[in-house]
Ligand binder design. Structure first.
Ligand code: SAM
Length: 276
């Protein structure tokens, strides 16, 4: 599974060139597009077409070639195979047939966009392409809005305005997001702003509606702690280590909460701990 550039051809890796030069056959989505890329690197290779609609049948033919001792590289039109692109069906079939599946990592719009987005949340949910219609798109977004993860979407130019509008409707205008457009290409644009502002900015400039897009949306802010949760986070460690009276006195100094409320809660925590 060989990653190829997402725009700038200089992003090809040395190892990708080595593998593409040495394999017996290259499976590509669009043999015309990939043939052109390979020629740019001076590689003449026999190409077979592996697309979403023929991936199962092609997987069988590729396994027959592996069985005959040949080596096969799979590439997609751009970026990493299997990331919103064909590849997973072939990889699964090759695993099942007992041959190794070897990744040759490189460019992907997903990692390029997240790396430049500047969000500190350590968890990322990659959604890929959203549904094309508003109702289904909003339904798909709704369960994601409260997640404590960055969410990442691929989008096409003819849907970018509607999709960002739906993100505003579901995530709220204040949620911070990054639009990464035309990554690694001449008109690369990376814009970080609250979703409402981003939507207006894209609408105001038709140039910002052209090309290929990744949208990275910041994680939901943590839900505000209830008083009880806040008191528990102070009380629990004190109750575990100290006599009850002392734990409550300290918790009162720290939180300023009424003593009898803290005492009741401390008792509940202590009883629960004793039962454990
Ligand atoms: N396999 C590819 C990868 O690893 O990124 C993704 C292929 S998917 C069919 C194509 C989508 O990826 C585009 O519609 C766009 O959302 C995103 N994409 C690909 N190249 C991009 C680029 N240079 N800039 C921004 N987005 C890009």
């Amino acid at each position: 599974m060989v990653a190829t550039p997402i725009g700038n051809l200089r992003d090809i890796s040395q190892r990708a060139l080595d593998v593409l030069t040495s394999v017996d056959v290259v499976a590509a989505e669009d043999t015309r597009v990939s043939g052109q890329m390979l020629r740019h690197f001076g590689i003449q290779k026999s190409l077979v077409s592996l697309r979403e609609h023929n991936e199962h049948a092609m997987a069988e033919r590729i396994i027959a070639r592996l069985a005959a001792g040949e080596s096969v590289a799979q590439i997609s039109d751009a970026g990493t195979p299997g990331i919103s692109d064909p590849g997973a069906v072939l990889a699964a079939a090759v695993h099942a047939a007992g041959y190794p599946v070897v990744p040759v990592p490189g460019a992907s719009a997903l990692t390029a966009a997240v790396s430049a987005a500047g969000f500190t949340c350590p968890h990322t949910l990659f959604y890929g392409f959203l549904p094309p219609k508003t109702k289904q798109r909003r339904d798909a977004l709704t369960p994601l809005a409260a997640l404590p993860y960055l969410t990442v979407y691929y989008e096409a130019p003819h849907r970018i305005v509607e999709s960002v509008d739906d993100l505003v409707a579901v995530f709220g205008a204040e949620r911070l997001a990054v639009m990464a457009r035309e990554l690694t290409k001449t008109f690369e644009t990376i814009r970080r702003a609250p979703l409402g502002e981003l939507a207006e900015w894209i609408k105001a400039d038709p140039n910002q509606q052209r090309g290929e897009f990744v949208l990275v949306v910041d994680a939901a802010p943590p839900a505000p702690q209830s008083d009880e949760d806040a008191h528990d986070s102070v009380l629990a460690p004190l109750v575990a280590e100290l006599p009850l009276k002392q734990a409550v006195a300290l918790a009162q100094t720290i939180t300023g909460a009424p003593r009898n409320r803290l005492y009741e809660r401390a008792l509940t925590l202590k009883n629960a701990a004793d039962e454990d």
